[in-house]
Design a protein around this ligand. Structure first.
Ligand code: C2E
Ligand code: MG
Ligand code: MG
Ligand code: MG
Length: 285
């Protein structure tokens, strides 16, 4: 293809791959310093119970404020951190920070459930279960307050090992959610073997909900699957009142998305919860 487009394009093509490799190497080095330099922070996106319209928890999402490039989206740096193993240490920092925040909120009288994304690379670590349980203990967080979000790919590399670890976490009281459900190698065998309690409908199916008939059917199917397997379904990426209304009528129990709120810094999250709940009391009155 490059040759067809002539010599210059071929050169450009090679140069850009070379540049891509250099940029990746640079990012790996920068990631190595990011923890020590305090360049990471967490934002929290509220999860809403569509029946009660109450905030039941938050998903913790990682942000990297790079000293030169500014905010780098997790979709850009998480794969790099997974590639060189840096995600193990970064993921532990995320867990620590999220548990610290949960303990703080609990101390202020709002015990919320915190959902943390767990990379497949972390799940493969020998000590991961002990690390997670130790972290909960250190922050005095009941295990029921923590939810771990894993993707279907996490189950694929070593199914037996993943099943055993998730069972240990589940027995300890931690809940497990399948993130981005429907986008990976969804298999009903995984769902049967895994101690999973939550299915998160990927935002790609929610985006065109009610506009695209196929997406609507897929969302319906996931909601029905959740009902028949007794799993709580969470819709992610809810952006409009129409989507919210449809999902709640259709029996989807939980939702998160810009319609309610984008991911927020802790202080803004606290304000959101107060005003959101105050609004409901007003509407009920
Ligand atoms: P995810 O876990 O599926 O998180 C949902 C993503 O959707 C987040 O993107 C969130 O900001 C975004 N989102 C939420 N509501 C809406 C909406 O209404 N519309 C749209 N368009 N987007 C919405 P974010 O924060 O950029 O994170 C992207 C991905 O990076 C996450 O997807 C997750 O896979 C990964 N990630 C983020 N933080 C961590 C972490 O601490 N550890 C690991 N391993 N992965 C993380
Ligand atoms: Mg997630
Ligand atoms: Mg997701
Ligand atoms: Mg995702």
């Amino acid at each position: 293809l490059a040759k067809q487009n002539g010599h210059n394009h071929f050169q450009f093509y090679v140069a850009s791959i070379d540049q891509e490799i250099r940029e990746r190497k640079q990012m790996e080095r920068d990631l190595g310093n990011a923890l020590i330099n305090h360049e990471f922070y967490l934002v929290y996106q509220p999860q809403i119970n569509l029946e009660t319209k109450r905030v039941i928890g938050a998903e913790a999402l990682l942000r990297w404020n790079h000293p030169e490039h500014g905010l780098i989206p997790p979709d850009d740096f998480i794969p790099v951190a997974e590639g060189n193993g840096a995600i193990v240490e970064i993921g532990q920092w995320v867990l620590d920070q999220a548990c610290w925040q949960a303990a703080r909120w609990a101390g202020e009288g709002s015990p919320l459930r915190i959902a943390v994304n767990l990379s497949a690379v972390q799940l493969r670590q020998e000590s991961i279960v002990d690390d997670i349980l130790d972290t909960l203990k250190r922050h005095n967080i009941p295990a029921g307050r923590l939810e771990l979000e894993v993707t279907e790919t996490s189950f694929m590399t070593n199914l037996t090992d993943a099943v055993a670890k998730l069972h240990r976490l589940h027995r300890a009281g931690i809940s497990i959610a399948v993130d981005d459900f429907g986008t990976g190698y969804s298999s009903l065998t995984y769902l049967k073997k895994m101690p999973v309690q939550h299915l998160k409908i990927d935002k790609q199916f929610i985006r065109d909900l009610l506009v695209n008939e196929e997406d609507t059917r897929i969302a319906n199917t996931i909601i029905d699957l959740g009902k028949s397997l007794n799993l709580t379904v969470v819709a992610e990426g809810v952006e409009t009142a129409e989507q919210e209304y449809y999902l709640s009528q259709r029996g989807c129990k939980l939702a998160q998305g810009y319609f309610f709120s984008k991911p927020l810094l802790p202080r803004d999250f606290e304000i959101f919860v107060q005003t959101f709940h105050a609004r409901i009391v007003e509407n009920d009155a």
